[in-house]
Design a protein around this ligand. Structure first.
Ligand SMILES: Nc1ncnc2c1ncn2[C@@H]1O[C@H](COP(=O)(O)OP(=O)(O)OP(=O)(O)O)[C@@H](O)[C@H]1O
Length: 244
């Protein structure tokens, strides 16, 4: 099996308490993989370790074969991150944000323009490309943030709660943007919206207290718990193991 990500006993502790506890899992190339769990389950800490923003206390993870411990430079070359708090420059336009991010990655001007053109088309940003980012709605800011994370042509993209706080229409629009990426690159998505994981992902990992407590397709997780709906399966797995 050709893995994009393989974690081996990945562990992070804060004040002696494990935020991520001995996490071992594999994500296939081209897979859209969702990390689910209640608040504090360890999803963001996992993404932060995989994107080299936080160093693990124990264990390791390999992204396209490169270790987050010893090959940080290689790992950073192959990833894009759209964090929970969108990291856009509010006073710059949509196009300027994209070109600025290209510059951060050392992409030359002509190439940066070509890449910005391509992403503006892919994310349907044409009509707002000259608009300052601060004037955009939350949904369009998230869309821009994802486009920015793709400017370096990453092979693995991390989306941390991409639709948090968006209205249902903006969320659905963003889903169709995320669907366009399916199969092209590996996407790791964290979300609290169960229907988002259900609708978008190939496989789902449910975390609880920093540990992996279940992994599989939505159907497999339902079958494993004997639940009628995915929500019931999630409540069973991430909650107290009680099916009401
Ligand atoms: N920088 C930090 N310092 C201390 N504790 C932290 C830090 N970051 C995370 N934690 C703790 O680690 C645990 C896991 O947090 P994490 O943010 O990874 O969970 P999460 O699943 O992403 O939660 P949420 O769904 O609320 O975003 C929590 O108990 C949190 O309080």
């Amino acid at each position: 099996m050709d893995f994009a990500i393989k974690t081996c006993g990945l562990t992070k502790k804060y004040a002696g308490r494990a935020a991520v506890d001995n996490l071992s899992l594999s994500v296939r190339r081209g897979e859209l993989f969702a990390l689910l769990g209640v608040n504090g389950a360890g999803k963001t800490t996992t993404i932060r370790m995989l994107s080299c923003l936080t160093r693990p206390d124990d264990g390791d993870a390999f992204l396209l074969g490169s270790s987050i411990r010893s090959d940080e430079k290689e790992v950073k070359k192959c990833i894009g991150v759209s964090p929970q708090e969108t990291a856009i420059a509010r006073n710059l336009s949509v196009r300027e944000n994209l070109e600025l991010m290209a510059g951060v990655h050392g992409i030359k001007k002509a190439e940066a323009k070509r890449k910005a053109d391509e992403l503006i088309r892919l994310f349907a940003l044409e009509e707002i490309e000259k608009q300052k980012a601060k004037t955009l709605s939350g949904g369009w800011q998230r869309r821009l943030s994802i486009a920015m994370a793709l400017i370096s042509d990453p092979r693995i993209l991390f989306l941390d709660e991409p639709t948090l706080g968006l209205d249902v229409l903006a969320r659905r629009e963003l889903w169709s943007v995320i669907r366009q990426l399916k199969g092209r690159i590996t996407v790791i998505l964290t979300t609290h919206y169960l229907e988002e994981a259900e609708s978008l992902s190939d496989r789902i990992c449910i975390m609880k207290d920093g540990k992996l407590c279940a992994i599989g397709t939505e159907k497999e997780l339902r079958e494993q718990t004997g639940a009628a709906s995915f929500e019931d399966a999630f409540v069973y797995l991430a909650g107290g193991g009680d099916l009401q």
